[in-house]
Design a protein around this ligand. Structure first.
Ligand SMILES: N[C@@H](CCC(=O)N[C@@H](CS)C(=O)NCC(=O)O)C(=O)O
Length: 215
């Protein structure tokens, strides 16, 4: 098989790429990486020195591709499938990329900050940083609630890379800082959870959810 995804089923950025792979239907091999295992971490760091997943290998082209957005852009270009993850129209592609950035940087990032703080030893908690992350999430929620309106997906009627980014970011964010009365966001997350690609990702992560530190 030409593609190998190095990932962990609980990781939001890996979920984002799994959604994209299931949307395109590209066949791939999976390699779960346990970063807590020193030997596995060291081997993985040879692929990508920052040792952050996901990383995709395309053996057919002898390429190693890190970073979830770059992986999805690569899939859209070289392994296209049923879902066009990046629109062909340049302006729509730019808007898709901006929304992907918003979900990665302004939802997934603060969400990770809050979650990883729970995993730190007591002496190393960062309450100031966590409060700031919560404020950032509230700003993102307010903006998304306004911009989503009653659109089906982040870009309107078509499912794109922006929705791949949105699905895990919003799924976890809503658990640690609930959307509250924001109906558009709540309905959008409901549609994402029912989308077969993300439903499959969540089902596959189910055995690992006990490891998630939660709300
Ligand atoms: N910008 C990266 C972020 C990747 C990332 O932060 N991955 C997390 C898991 S969701 C990770 O590998 N964390 C392990 C660590 O930092 O040691 C992407 O989009 O792929």
């Amino acid at each position: 098989m030409t593609l190998t995804l190095h990932f962990h089923p609980l990781s939001s950025f890996c979920m984002k790429v799994l959604v994209a792979l299931y949307e395109t239907g590209a066949p791939f091999e999976r390699k779960i990486v346990n970063l807590a295992n020193e030997a596995e971490r060291a081997a993985f760091a040879k692929l990508w020195p920052f040792a952050k997943f996901p990383v995709l290998q395309d053996h057919g082209r002898d390429l190693t591709i890190p970073e979830s957005t770059i992986i999805i852009e690569y899939l859209a270009l070289h392994h296209p499938g049923a879902t066009q993850l990046v629109p062909a129209d340049p302006d729509l592609a730019r808007q898709t990329r901006l929304r992907d950035r918003v979900f990665d940087l302004h939802v997934n990032g603060p969400m990770q900050k809050i979650v990883t703080d729970k995993l730190r030893p007591a002496a190393h908690h960062d309450p100031f940083g966590v409060d700031h992350a919560k404020e950032q999430l509230q700003i993102a929620y307010a903006m998304l609630e306004r911009e989503l309106g009653d659109n089906t997906w982040a870009m309107g009627n078509v499912f794109t890379m922006a929705d791949c980014a949105a699905a895990p970011a919003l799924f976890y964010a809503n658990q640690i800082l609930p959307f509250g009365e924001r109906r558009n966001l709540t309905r959008y997350l409901g549609r994402l959870v029912e989308r077969p690609s993300f439903a499959r990702v969540l089902a596959e992560a189910q055995p690992y959810f006990a490891m998630f530190p939660g709300a």
